[in-house]
Design a protein around this ligand. Structure first.
Ligand code: UDP
Length: 344
């Protein structure tokens, strides 16, 4: 197939593009390189040869997108391009709505113009807000009540996809939203890594301490209502997350999806790890003491988030192959040691 991947120079989008190339598909990456990396594009070009194409531009630019669709005639879209920092979304909601919602609408219009009717959308557990996960985790049926503009924009686009799938447009749209929990690790072969500017995520920050680029990890709150006082999250290996995208894409062409439908699944492991547990895993992998300093709680952090991951297993047969946190950390650690300056 020919798959158009928006945001394919970013962390998750580049891993999706790489896996699609590994599977023998043609991949067209659309990315404006605002947060994405030229280095990721170079790796993809080296892996994909003529099956890989890169179109630099914005998903908010309808003419640009129409040209790309007309030229490349993709069979389906994987949509990752987005602004994705919670704190920044509070500061710059207009930019977040423009990129994540207006950009999504522009993409859907270009898809309609080119008669492309299949899309897998990168959504997030941030659409749930601050739910009570109980003992079984957050299920897809949990009310979606985001508590920041980032989560709002992702939910807004999910709702638009749902409406578009229900519409009478012919042929109908078929869409899947995958609601990610925390994503860690990188390509085990070291062809791609994780490099956010600025870096705010726990695991890369801990590994930057082990590399000597930072002195310590700030513990954002040690008085949360959890077993060890730190927040609990569900960490899924990026390779497993991408596997879920391939399963979703495969389902979109078949059975009940053929006639157009919107479905959403969580992607997680179903298991939570506290910040202290994550740091201990980083210490085991790196052999570095990774010092910490207690710091105030970070605004907007829910204490406990982990997925009820049973639906995607039941419906698509998805099962994480790398559920151990150490595996993901070790994959990223190798890449960061080989690329101490990231993609720079
Ligand atoms: N965290 C922390 N120190 C850091 C970065 C993150 O204590 O320097 C905590 C954060 O408060 C959260 C967890 O680690 O409870 C995971 O944060 P991350 O930013 O990696 O992902 P999020 O869950 O916010 O998407």
């Amino acid at each position: 197939m020919r798959i158009l991947v928006t945001g394919g120079a970013g962390f998750i989008g580049s891993h999706a593009a790489l896996r699609l190339l590994d599977e023998g598909h043609d991949v067209i990456v659309v990315d404006n390189l605002f947060r994405g990396h030229q280095g990721a594009i170079q790796s993809l070009a080296a892996c994909g040869g003529p099956r890989f194409r890169f179109a630099q531009g914005s998903i908010c630019d309808g003419e640009f997108l129409s040209d790309v669709f007309a030229r490349e005639r993709p069979d389906a879209v994987m949509h990752f391009a987005a602004l994705a920092y919670v704190g920044e979304s509070v500061e710059r909601p207009v930019d977040y709505y423009r990129t994540n919602v207006v950009g999504g609408i522009t993409l859907l219009r270009a898809m309609r113009g080119a008669n492309v009717r299949r899309i897998v959308f990168s959504s997030t557990c941030a659409t749930y807000g601050e739910p009570n996960p109980g003992t079984t985790g957050i299920a897809e049926s949990t009310a979606q009540a985001p508590v920041n503009p980032y989560g709002e924009t992702k939910l807004c686009f999910e709702r638009l996809l749902r409406a578009a799938c229900r519409s009478t447009e012919a042929p109908p749209l078929a869409a899947v939203a995958l609601r990610y929990f925390n994503v860690v690790g990188c390509d085990a072969k070291g062809r791609l890594g994780e490099d956010h500017r600025p870096e705010t995520h726990l695991v890369p920050i801990a590994l930057e301490v082990a590399l000597g680029k930072r002195s310590h990890v700030a513990l954002f709150g040690t008085d949360w209502p959890t077993a060890d006082g730190t927040c609990v999250r569900d960490y899924v290996h990026v390779e497993d997350l991408i596997e879920a995208h391939l399963l979703a894409l495969g389902a979109l062409g078949t059975g009940e999806f053929r006639s157009g439908k919107f479905l959403a699944w969580n992607v997680g492991t179903g298991r939570g790890h506290s910040v202290r547990e994550v740091l201990d895993a980083c210490r085991r992998v790196t052999g570095h003491p990774i010092p910490t300093k207690e710091a105030p709680r970070r605004a907007g952090d829910p204490p406990v988030l982990f997925a009820d991951a049973r639906a995607i297993e039941r419906d698509l047969g998805f099962h994480p192959k790398k559920p151990a946190l150490e595996t993901a950390i070790a994959d990223l650690w190798r890449w960061m040691q080989a690329h101490p300056r990231g993609y720079a």
